[in-house]
Write a protein that binds this ligand. Sequence first.
Ligand SMILES: Nc1nc2c(c(=O)[nH]1)N[C@H]1C(S)=C(S)[C@@H](COP(=O)(O)OP(=O)(O)OC[C@H]3O[C@@H](n4cnc5c(=O)[nH]c(N)nc54)[C@H](O)[C@@H]3O)O[C@H]1N2
Ligand SMILES: Nc1nc2c(c(=O)[nH]1)N[C@H]1C(S)=C(S)[C@@H](COP(=O)(O)OP(=O)(O)OC[C@H]3O[C@@H](n4cnc5c(=O)[nH]c(N)nc54)[C@H](O)[C@@H]3O)O[C@H]1N2
Ligand code: SF4
Ligand SMILES: [Mo]
Length: 729
Amino acid sequence: MNPLSRRKFLKISGATIAAAAAIGTVSKALDKAETTKHKGIQKIPTFCDICFWKCGAIAYVRDGELWKVEGNPLDPLSKGRLCPRGTGGVGAHYDPDRLRSPLIRTQERGKEMWKEVTWDEALSYIADKMQKIKSQYGPESIAVFSHGIGGNFLKHTLKAYGAINFAAPSFAQCRGPRDVGFRLTYGEDVSSPERTDIKNAQCLVLIGSHLGENMHNTQAQEFAEAVGNDASIIVVDPRFSVAASKAKYYLPIKPGTDLALLLAWMNVIVTENLYDKEYVEKYGFGFEQFKAELLAYTPEWSYPETGIEPKLIRATAREMARYKPATLIHPGRHVNWYGDDAQRSRAIALLNALMGSWGRKGGFYYPVSMDVPGYPYPSYPTPTKDKVDNPDKKYPFAHEAITTGIREATLTGNPYPVKGWFVYATNLIQALPNEEITKQAIQNLDLVVVVDVIPNEIAGWADVVLPESVYLERHDDINVEWFRDSFVGLRQPVVESPHDQKPNWWIAKKLAEKLGLGNYYPWKDVEEYINYRMTAAGLSFDELKKNGIILGTKQPNYFDEGVPAEFQTPSGKIEFYSLQLQQAGFDPVPKYKRPAGGPAGSFRLLYGRAPVHSFSRTQTNRILSDMMPENEVWLNANIAERYSLKSGDYIKLKNQDGVVSNKIKVKATERIRQDCVYMVHGFGHTAKGLKHAFGKGASDSQLLTRFETDPLMGGTGMNMNFVTIEIEA
Ligand SMILES: Nc1nc2c(c(=O)[nH]1)N[C@H]1C(S)=C(S)[C@@H](COP(=O)(O)OP(=O)(O)OC[C@H]3O[C@@H](n4cnc5c(=O)[nH]c(N)nc54)[C@H](O)[C@@H]3O)O[C@H]1N2
Ligand SMILES: Nc1nc2c(c(=O)[nH]1)N[C@H]1C(S)=C(S)[C@@H](COP(=O)(O)OP(=O)(O)OC[C@H]3O[C@@H](n4cnc5c(=O)[nH]c(N)nc54)[C@H](O)[C@@H]3O)O[C@H]1N2
Ligand code: SF4
Ligand SMILES: [Mo]
């Protein structure tokens, strides 16, 4: 191991040790009810749910009490190591702020006033409202927002009821533009887990992807491997990120101008004949037209847009070409930035095509999966309406439902009224841009059901809140992953729920029975369901219970290993020039448009991740919040000095629409440009039930009142907001 990767390794395991030490204190401090049944230590494999990556884990139970969670060495995603958040997963079970029993609202929505009810009362109430909505408006009028594998059974119940509108913020607020940009180019998505062969890359380009703070475990581990292998790393970010500190080249780009850089890079690579000619000739479509369009985008043209010197643009373009095809320009994940994101992502796809990296080692591998049949349910009712989120295919290239499209329909009643929301494991108030629109849309609903584990902001707007058991207390559907190696993973209960919480499969099945749809649940319990699927696949459920993971046989991942080079595009080739886009009235080759600036004296608001938190879901977790109780606002040191601010001072931020944030601590640093500020997403909670997290730090979501919608696919670019500094008197 070379010194860099060893440092990185120590960093990861250091945080892990800190978390493990904290666990002891928490479990002692929280005087959990007497449930001790089993003496000694049990090791139970399961998979993590502190984010959606689904790392294989082993939970340790000591004398019947949850003790610690570690990585499962058999699991290809975690390879035996969890990220710091996963290690702190114990805190989700012990969280004293958890929802404990079903609740029905007693006052107006948003007031967070409840009465506790039984599960039977709660589910009867919901079923009754659902039947009324069905008879008055049709079953299509209930929409479902669901994020993560835990939503599978509830979605099944709602499909059986006749619902057709299902969405998650992972498309229009996260990776949608990237998947569209790549689909238009290669005919396939980058998908999740990303099919990026980071560990074999010899040159890795990160455009905003802040791996190391973005802790998606496999990606972070492979990044450490690439650093350890002395891969050449190029980081493009207005902020000197953790990843930037490992880079050979750091490009502090002016926010919003990445497409101007990508076009200039491609200009250099094409005009200097540095691309993979054989690959482009064999697999490419429309290369000559593409090349002709690129000629105008010289590094000199790019310089005033991006602030990156032509010399540096040329040097980095040549660096990429030097290592092709093992040059990976990472496609990013959260890419809803400026509203032209599908085209920027397409430019990233095209740059990779010039490197010949798609389907090649060190580029993008072809993922594989095991063949595990689904459960043979009765078919769902035939819908009489189209989906509500994208009327008349306004966004022609959206291949998943648009959350904000459902919100729009709820608000306007067009193309038809939406009267109910089922919300599973997504905090829509913080996840969608412009909270006020979300709250207004909710006012048009006859039924809002929220299934969560803590009383987060969205729960405050529900009519009925259903408390779910956390992942360490339940089964979920099995994870038949698409990855470099094929495998099946099991989530299974490790400890019992401390109060009246129930697993999602139980809630879904009971609700279906209340709705008279019991025939959609021919199985008695979830183990019978899993056993059926495993047996149908010729796999052993007992082995899965014991090991948590069953691996498939090794299959080829690259063209060189025999994966057929087929592209599901209209031309059957990699589309350098897109006739699909042209026919739909869009640019067949991406064109740069300068993003709108902000008011004089304002800073562009950027946001991202911290290694020890997930979105807005972990701030009450005592272990994780011990490590980071509040967020900070990164402010360029010169700007801070101009305002006589130093690190540790508190300020407020005011956005272009007059919204003022909570107070937030200043981090005065050279590590960010002068034209922007940065904060970690997920803090500044306003939900009263989150006693530990309430009011700590500031919320980026609250300040994101403006967004720019991507015309190709309906994603919401949210880096369009500007703030000024308010100094406390
Ligand atoms: N610890 C932790 N890890 C996570 C998550 C989590 O909640 N916690 N969430 C996961 C999920 S679902 C996602 S989608 C990912 C998101 O993480 P990523 O996809 O890696 O990153 P983004 O959120 O898009 O962008 C944040 C970075 O982009 C930079 N940036 C902002 N504007 C620009 C710009 O105009 N140009 C360039 N080049 N850079 C810019 C910011 O300074 C910051 O470094 O993280 C994943 N990993
Ligand atoms: N302002 C702003 N908005 C963003 C982003 C951003 O960085 N800034 N990031 C965007 C991105 S990349 C993404 S992927 C989305 C993520 O958006 P979401 O998926 O909505 O993420 P969270 O805010 O963590 O909300 C998850 C909710 O699930 C609950 N939960 C946790 N565990 C369980 C469980 O076991 N069962 C149930 N039923 N509920 C559970 C949590 O308490 C929380 O209320 O947000 C997007 N929106
Ligand atoms: S990346 Fe971290 S939080 Fe996410 S599933 Fe893996 S260990 Fe858990
Ligand atoms: Mo995301």
